[in-house]
Design a protein around this ligand. Structure first.
Ligand code: URA
Length: 189
């Protein structure tokens, strides 16, 4: 593992954890900010929208119900959770899990961009339409999920539906598993 990358990611995480006093509602009301975690040399970075209640309580990304499904999807794609890097666009839980507002997204985005700059993944997996919107504003998740597309700035994306949306939707869960297998085929091609 690259120690330099690990140290640079830890410096970003430390800055995120120490953040506060900006007046933005999620930053002020969250129990703690959730920087993300995983392999500094990851080929794949998974990006959700914002931490939920379990993430807010633990300081770790995707550890609730959606996280358990994400772990299974990663396994279907041939990964352990620790092989990839998992984070969110917004690092603080919006009150009541409401959607983050535009200024809040803009406030948090530089941290995600800094993390991606260090990791330099082969593929970014945005989860759901909100995360996708930051990387490919004109793309529709229903049209681009489960295949590689080029996002803004030439980033290589492989969008998935958000696992939370599939928790009570069997058909969507099957689509997600198929998209997980498609990710494995794309990476091995
Ligand atoms: N949903 C997200 O988008 N991110 C998390 O970390 C957990 C649930």
């Amino acid at each position: 593992m690259s120690e330099d990358k690990a140290a640079r990611l830890e410096a970003i995480a430390a800055e995120i954890r120490a953040h506060g006093g900006c007046g933005q509602e999620p930053c002020e009301t969250a129990t703690q900010l959730v920087p993300g975690e995983g392999n500094p040399d990851a080929a794949v970075v998974v990006v959700g929208e914002a931490p939920g209640a379990r993430e807010d309580a633990t300081g770790r990304p995707f550890v609730g119900g959606a996280g358990k499904l994400l772990d299974k999807l990663l396994a279907e794609a041939g990964f352990e959770r620790s092989d990839v890097f998992i984070t969110n666009v917004v690092k603080a839980r919006p009150p009541g899990n409401r959607d983050p507002k535009k200024p809040e997204i803009e406030h948090h985005l530089p941290w995600l961009l800094a993390q991606l700059e260090v990791i330099q993944p082969q593929l970014i997996v945005p989860l759901g339409r909100h995360a996708l919107a930051h990387f490919a504003p004109d793309a529709k998740i229903s049209e681009v999920h489960g295949r590689p597309i080029e996002g803004a700035g030439g980033r290589r994306l492989f969008p998935w539906y958000h696992p939370a949306a599939a928790l009570h939707n069997q058909a969507l869960r099957e689509t997600l598993y198929a998209d997980a297998r498609a990710l494995a085929s794309t990476l091995s091609a």
